[in-house]
Design a protein around this ligand. Sequence first.
Ligand SMILES: [Mn+2]
Length: 240
Amino acid sequence: MPRIAKPRGVKSRVPGRQVARRPTAQMATALIAPREGGPVLGRPGARVARVARTTRETQIQASVNLDGAGRYEVATGIGFLDHMLEQLSRHSLIDLTLQAKGDLHIDFHHTTEDTGIVIGQAVARALGDRTGIRRFGDALIPMDETLTRVALDVSNRPYLIWKVKFSKPKLGQMDTELFKEWFQAFAQAAGMTLHIENLYGENNHHIVESCFKGLARALRHAIEIDPRQQSAVPSTKGVL
Ligand SMILES: [Mn+2]
């Protein structure tokens, strides 16, 4: 199969696409249109958002398009985390751009956690008042010998249940204990009740990757517009 050199800084692991492509003009418009921290200014009703967050520990910018095609451009400085966030985008069909510069000379904790915060904030902002969404989602994800269950409620009630254990302290350069920190930060910032349980599995790479893929697939369903109640907030309270 002929391989064509990728443009610098652009990663594409979309199955079936051998040629990495720069973001399309359409994608760029959707991602660049909103003002930082302000109202979404893309096409009317576009569920897009951009978040920039700077602390003494990290500088992160992210953009999301909830109604995307799973296109991504991710650079956190942590190879394994990039791999996981690419899974999240690809399988949720959320277009995601993310650039993070963190204090990796200390360890990967701040960058991992803050990446979860910023992506969560961007998703929450793009969801707006959550009108029309399905709200609930779940997924059962096998990966070879591993099986993981994810259930979530886009409830604006942050909560994480994390029943996942690792037998190795590190994957690549990344401490496996940091994955819980990422999911905790994401659930908190996105305003989601998120339950993740690894039912069984041996390979630590498979275990964590199935968690990200499970989040992605559950999220894809939960944030889709429900054609039966497109203009209603899915709650008896009328508010999420
Ligand atoms: Mn993998």
